[in-house]
Design a protein around this ligand. Structure first.
Ligand code: UDP
Ligand code: MG
Length: 162
């Protein structure tokens, strides 16, 4: 990934993550709020779409959890309705995104985080965020075609980064 900053140098601020509002988050009307948190923080929206995911895609997305007892229920729930898929870009966005989401268990999530503010049970924790830069790049490839991820210059860049 090669965006340039104001001085024309290669920017480290072009890290990308995959954030998804799960079917429960869509049903509960949380899409706007979740988008808004990332926008207000200063992150750049590079991709956005809604779809009901296939079993095949979800089994790939959650491939590392295949052996877990909650895996079949998780995949069935994730197929139960549309999800909103997003790509967000900016400095440290993978780690910051996870922190904005909160802990996997909403009961362990701090107020002020998405899960800490909006949910209670682990299987209804309203959102997903990539857990590493490598995972993020894999997930973006799984959920988006190349031409669905936008490369564009943020005009507010100079007001967000020093
Ligand atoms: N999950 C669950 N029960 C568990 C652990 C996880 O239902 O004991 C669900 C939960 O919705 C979680 C998803 O499986 O968000 C993926 O698990 P992971 O450990 O990757 O958590 P995340 O990265 O979403 O925080
Ligand atoms: Mg995970």
């Amino acid at each position: 990934l090669s965006t340039t900053n104001e001085s024309g140098a290669m920017s480290k601020n072009a890290e990308r993550t995959y954030i998804m509002v799960k079917p429960d988050g869509v049903q509960r009307g949380l899409v706007g709020n979740i988008i808004s948190r990332f926008e207000k923080r200063g992150y750049q929206l590079c991709g956005l779409k809604m779809r009901t995911a296939s079993r095949e895609l979800l089994e790939e997305h959650y491939g590392d959890l295949k052996s877990k007892p909650f895996f079949p229920g998780l995949v069935n729930f994730m197929m139960s309705g549309p999800v909103v898929s997003m790509v967000w870009q900016g400095k440290d966005v993978v780690k910051q995104g996870r922190s904005m989401l909160g802990e996997t268990d909403p009961l362990k999530s701090k107020p002020g985080s998405i899960r800490g503010d909006f949910c209670i049970d682990m299987g209804k924790n309203v959102c997903h965020g990539s857990d590493s830069v490598d995972t993020a790049n894999e997930e973006i490839k799984m959920w988006f075609k190349d031409d669905e991820v936008m490369d564009y210059k943020l005009t507010a860049y100079k007001d967000i980064y020093e």
